[in-house]
Design a protein around this ligand. Structure first.
Ligand code: ADP
Length: 612
């Protein structure tokens, strides 16, 4: 586990920041918008609006009306008839979602204008013409009798074409128009005008908290009702005027819903494949305003902040916690990232899902993998280092035992028994030489350790190869004699090696003592050095237990001992050869081993050298 201020925390921090940037980038791509939209629609499904009594009422020009009243050619006359009935019913306001822009050849304009004049709080519609920046206005006689003209522009999502919001205001030809439903709302509320500021609108003392967002206008999310809005067809209105009583005190939205005239149908988050007629959407916009059932898109700053928290939290968790604790907390964070849009939605805030979830997932996966693969690996390595260190300690204590036993025995002998001066001198010398050997051994071991860790530069002094061979042979001779093994120095090359004499002595002596150790009595051990073309070969051969192919492959690895060696009763540590290998390698050479089980082995140190 990382401690505070530990540089090992930095990777987590970097992964956190990287996840944040990647997550935010992903969150702003078109595919992310689609996913966010899809998620939004799903949240709308989960959080259906309360079914309060509706104020809006649809009067539909449906298929049956168009069939029975000779289609759209007679439409103005038909509408005039219906409006006469409607006016008598006393609605609060009437919004007509038909752009009656031109004079009608079939006549009926006067009739219609007269009927319109009787309707209270009439709102007519206009829209910006396609491919031009001009309003398509209602025919002047109609416009004259209308209380307001509102825009009926459908604001469809640029990626999936679904109608989720409305622009409360639209500007063209420097003329600003409020949304038709907003105008109907104002008139129904008895408002004289809409008071606007950058931050909100005021309609008859009611604040509508929709700020103007520069280029993006003044968007409002439409809170569609789940249950269908109440409706009446134009035909019913004309044929059974008594039904008009239902429209008393309502805000009526009149428009075409006929499927055969389906130009004005849009997909909504709740709609079926048929889509919803524009007039009905306007009624839903009105309901959103009237019931103040507002949803607000979360600001970019809050999204970035939430994403930052979600990306950085796993980084902190993994930097400070280890093991399953970290994974458990990370899982909770992912859960939290996913539930965030749900929680805020119930407070009327629409939050995207992709950016925060992507940040959380990326960060958790990144930091988790980092901890699992990298930090765990480091941990395993440091554990291996520790056990290696313990084994090294074991080796040192084991190797130090024999000189210590000699020193201890000799000193005891001197103090306990009377002996001749000569014998005493011999003992004292023995103590002296053994303690020197001990000191040298410790030094060698420390040197090799430091060499291995790269803390020490190899000594670079020239020394004669023949000296090394002779010194080592002499040192090993008593061991050989004790086992009744012959030790022969066969050839002595005259060559100069550049390096560390003591370490090289350690290496050669180690090979000789192994040869003696792993050979039975009565056999021969030979050491031979040869020089040829810049290469010195010091070969130590024996007639001992040998090794098979498999053992040969592993010998020289730290702590490896052959079964054969153990059975021969020699309990080694399996570290000597690995040190030899390192010493030779540090001198730019290599160790060659040839061996046959039961026949003997030959260890050859091959070194770069200079011939004399
Ligand atoms: P140790 O002798 O303390 O076990 P070494 O690293 O010197 O450690 O040797 C490693 C292993 O290699 C020995 O345990 C032994 O099995 C094998 N070995 C080394 N030298 C010889 C040899 N001359 N003949 C046969 N086996 C050998």
């Amino acid at each position: 586990m990382a401690a505070p201020g530990d540089p090992r925390k930095l990777p987590y921090l970097l992964i956190g920041v990287g996840s944040l940037m990647l997550g935010l980038f992903a969150g702003w791509t078109p595919i992310a918008s689609r996913i966010d939209n899809y998620y939004y629609d799903w949240l709308l499904m989960l959080n259906k609006p309360s079914e309060a009594a509706h104020d809006a009422y649809l009067v539909e020009i449906d298929d049956q009306t168009l069939i029975d009243y000779k289609g759209s050619r007679q439409l103005r006359r038909t509408m005039a008839k219906a409006l006469e009935v409607l006016a008598g019913a006393g609605p609060k306001a009437v919004a007509i979602d038909l752009i009656l822009a031109d004079e009608d050849d079939a006549g009926g304009d006067e009739l219609l204008a007269a009927a319109m004049a009787k309707v209270p709080n009439l709102v007519l519609s206009s829209d910006i013409m396609r491919n031009s920046d001009r309003w398509e206005e209602p025919y002047a006689p109609f416009a004259k009798v209308a209380k307001a003209i509102g825009h009926v522009h459908a604001d469809l999502d640029q990626y999936d074409g679904v109608s989720r919001q409305v622009q409360l205001e639209k500007v063209a030809e420097r003329k600003r128009r409020w949304a038709m439903a907003l105008e109907a709302y104002r008139l129904a509320m008895g408002g004289e005008q809409i008071v606007e500021s950058q931050r909100d609108l005021d309609v008859a003392g009611k604040r509508l908290p929709f700020p103007r967002r520069g280029e993006r206008g003044r968007p409002m999310l439409i809170r569609y009702r789940w249950a269908p809005l109440p409706r009446l067809s134009l035909k019913t209105l004309i044929e059974r005027p008594e039904e008009a009583a239902r429209l008393k005190g309502k805000v009526v939205f009149l428009g075409v819903t006929s499927l055969s005239q389906a130009r004005d149908r849009w997909v909504t988050p709740y709609s079926t494949s048929m889509g919803m007629p524009g007039v009905e959407i306007h009624a839903h916009i009105y309901e959103t305003l009237a019931q103040r059932d507002f949803l607000f898109a979360a600001s970019n700053i809050s999204i970035v902040l939430a994403a930052a928290v979600l990306a950085m939290a796993p980084a902190v968790v993994f930097a400070y916690l280890g093991g399953w604790h970290a994974y458990a907390v990370a899982a909770i964070q992912i859960l939290w990232a996913h539930s965030l849009p749900h929680v805020v939605f119930s407070n009327g805030i629409v939050f995207p899902i992709l950016a925060p979830a992507a940040c959380a997932w990326l960060s958790v996966i990144g930091c988790g993998s980092w901890q699992y693969f990298v930090v765990r690996k480091q941990l395993r390595r440091s554990e291996a280092d520790r056990s290696r260190y313990q084994q090294a300690i074991h080796f040192v204590s084991h190797e130090m035992k024999s000189p210590l036993t000699a020193i201890q025995g000799s000193s005891e002998l001197i103090s306990r028994y009377n002996m001749t001066e000569e014998k005493r001198k011999q003992m004292a010398q023995m103590i002296n030489s053994e303690s020197k050997r001990l000191a040298k051994m410790i030094q060698t071991f420390l040197d090799v350790e430091r060499l291995e860790e790269g803390q020490m530069e190899l000594k670079k002094e020239p020394f004669a190869a023949s000296d090394t061979v002779i010194v080592c042979a002499e040192r090993a001779r008593p061991l050989a004699e004790r086992k009744k093994i012959g030790l022969e120095v066969k050839g002595l090359a005259e060559a100069e090696v550049l390096g560390d004499r003591e370490l090289m002595e350690y290496a050669v002596y180690n090979l000789l003592s192994n040869a003696v150790k792993y050979s039975p009595s009565g056999t021969e051990v030979a050491v031979e050095s040869r020089y040829d073309a810049g290469q010195l070969r010091i070969a130590v051969s024996d007639q001992g237990i040998g090794m098979d192919e498999k053992e040969l492959k592993q010998v020289g690895q730290r702590f490896y001992r052959t079964k054969r060696a153990e059975q021969s009763g020699e309990a080694g540590t399996g570290i000597g050869l690995s040190i030899v290998g390192q010493i030779v390698e540090h001198h730019g050479g290599r160790l060659e081993i040839a061996s046959t089980p039961g026949k003997g082995s030959c260890f050859t140190i091959v070194l770069p050298a200079k011939g004399n």
